[in-house]
Design a protein around this ligand. Structure first.
Ligand code: MCA
Ligand code: AMP
Length: 492
């Protein structure tokens, strides 16, 4: 097997990673990650406290070199979510920045600082002088070996760990090289979290595999995007919320418009980019944002190609190696490319996960005849472009590009003493795409829990991004004769 990161093995002296004022070349990263990888070799599984920092990137690369599966953990995970992830994935060690207080679920594990051996200057000076034997000492594990376990929400129950093998990473990143003409000369800028596929696999491992570089902003703001794109960065990855904020800012910010106009590629994904934002960005910058469509379990499935026609409102065509079909309600494949027949997207290919960790029934239920059921509904245009028109499950919410299960939030709300009944829905939101709304029947109507109390409760148990942004109080939830909550009538 060829290595996951050829530029590390080649000890390239070009910049690889930049976080704030800390930069590492590929050679320096090879030394830092190589040294840590020796320490990690033989571990069963490592958790990474995935703050948007250099240590997270070095830690993940080191574990991948050592062939130890990585579980990236949202550093804003609440108690219940974290306890579940740790119990389910059973890491033998945790990688975290020094100085960060880890919650009890992780504090019991042995802890390693990924930046302890970082000596790089980012100039390449330390690259050749580096004493380590770099990455050569680590044989590439087999293609089916698990690389990452990424937790993703379903409609009900706690998040499931999608086991992503090494071949899925290489297949998806190499298919994107083809679709985006992504090269070692590209400098990516992004501000995505590092505990999901978008920010970590595409945004960090992608540039490293290409031998190019990535600048992470730490947190998203349009000024940072403008600064980096006007000083050498060539590509931007973002979720639609970020492009919406860019679109809102453009009219009053000529420097941002100029910076975007100079970029080679602007890519949006994780949720639909509204055509209105597409148009505003195109009008102000002359640039078309390219949309790609993926999922934690499948990595990337389709993209508008860099060398293709701009196709606002579509997620482009299947990537190299990806088989995609639309299936109607009766389970029959739709052959038409007619721009109107709607079916569920099902995919097959080397980009897919192998299983949900410890969940054989869930894994089996996710497939039909070897095809993975995405739950996304789409049509196909005559030119082959896929247009996503909705989602099968109304209990899945996409807010800010995060997938959030309504059931998970309802369960936690019901644990609050002030809540008698709870239902969670997603409502259209111009910034977040969808906003989480909690419908609450208070235990004591005369003293209902406040909106903030409930938001803090959910953030503390699950994650900050899963907190309700709006709370609506009711005397009773609408139920059918069977006692099932009729969510569709909540908004009416
Ligand atoms: C607010 N905060 C709280 C609370 N309220 N913390 C604890 N308890 C509370 N009650 C904090 C937040 O943590 C945050 O801290 C700050 O207040 C603002 O948070 P928030 O309002 O949530 O931020 P936002 O404005 O909603 O964030 C927008 C965003 C974010 C930056 C676009 O949604 C985002 O990063 N999205 C990316 C999602 C993503 O990567 N998805 C990929 C998965 P602070 O201010 O310190 O930050 S999908 C995927 O991977 C597939 C494969 C695909 O296709 O891509
Ligand atoms: P996640 O499980 O967090 O990986 O989210 C995957 C889901 O995000 C997909 O099933 C889609 O519903 C959605 N998604 C990702 N990219 C796009 C896109 N470009 N347009 C519309 N939806 C998208």
């Amino acid at each position: 097997m060829s290595p996951l990161f050829p530029a590390l093995a080649a000890r390239s002296r070009r910049p690889a990673l930049r976080f704030g004022d800390r930069t590492l070349t590929h050679a320096e990263l090879a030394d830092a990650a190589g040294s840590l990888a020796r320490r990690l070799t033989g571990e069963r599984r490592v958790a990474v406290w995935a703050t948007p920092t250099l240590g997270t990137a070095v830690g993940v690369v080191a574990a991948l070199l050592a062939g130890v599966p990585v579980v990236p953990v949202n550093p804003r995970s609440g108690e219940k979510e974290l306890a579940h992830i740790v119990a389910d994935s059973a890491p033998s060690l945790v990688i975290a920045e020094p100085g960060v207080a880890l919650p009890p679920a992780l504090a019991a594990l042995e802890r390693v600082d990924a930046t302890a051996d970082v000596t790089g200057t980012g100039t390449g000076d330390a690259g050749e002088a580096g004493s380590g034997d770099g990455t050569g000492a680590f044989p590439e594990p087999p293609p089916e070996a698990p690389a990452l376990i990424v937790y993703t929400s379903g409609t009900t129950g706690p998040p499931k760990g999608a086991v992503l093998p090494r071949r899925a990473l290489t297949a998806t990143l190499d298919a994107l090289e083809d679709a985006w003409q992504w090269t070692a000369d590209d400098i990516l800028v992004h501000a995505l979290p590092l505990f999901h596929v978008h920010g970590l696999i595409l945004g960090i491992l992608g540039p490293l595999r290409r031998g190019g570089s990535v600048t992470h902003l730490g947190r998203f703001d349009t000024a940072g995007v403008a600064r980096e794109l006007s000083s050498g960065a060539t590509m931007l990855f973002g979720v639609p919320t970020m492009y919406h904020r860019i679109a809102e800012t453009l009219a009053d910010d000529p420097a941002l418009a100029e910076a975007l106009a100079g970029a080679r590629l602007l890519v949006s994904g994780s949720a639909p980019l509204p055509v209105h934002d597409h148009r505003r960005i195109a009008a102000a910058t002359g640039r078309r944002v390219v949309e790609r469509y993926g999922m934690t379990e499948t990595l990337m499935n389709t993209s508008v190609r860099a060398d293709g026609e701009p196709r606002a409102g579509t997620v482009g065509v299947p990537l190299r190696g990806v088989e995609l079909r639309l299936v109607d309600e009766a389970g029959a494949a739709i052959e038409a490319y007619d721009g109107e027949s709607v079916g569920e997207i099902q995919v097959r290919g080397p980009n897919l996960f192998t299983e949900y960790l410890n969940r054989p029934e869930a894994t089996e239920a996710a497939f039909t005849d070897g095809w993975f059921r995405t739950g996304d509904m789409a049509i196909r245009d005559p030119d082959g472009s896929v247009r996503i028109v909705g989602r099968k499950a109304t209990d899945l919410i996409k807010s800010g590009g995060y997938k959030i299960g309504a059931g998970e939030i309802e369960n936690v709300l019901l644990e609050h003493p002030g809540v008698r009944e709870a239902a969670v829905t997603g409502e259209p939101d111009p910034d977040l795409g969808e906003r989480i709304v909690a419908w609450i029947v208070p235990a004591r109507p005369e003293a209902p829990p406040t909106e903030k109390e409930l938001a803090d409760h959910v953030a503390g148990q699950l994650s900050a991004h899963k907190r309700p942004r709006t709370v609506r109080y009711l005397d009773a939830l609408p139920r059918n004769d069977m006692g099932k909550i009729m969510k569709r009538s909540l908004h009416g």
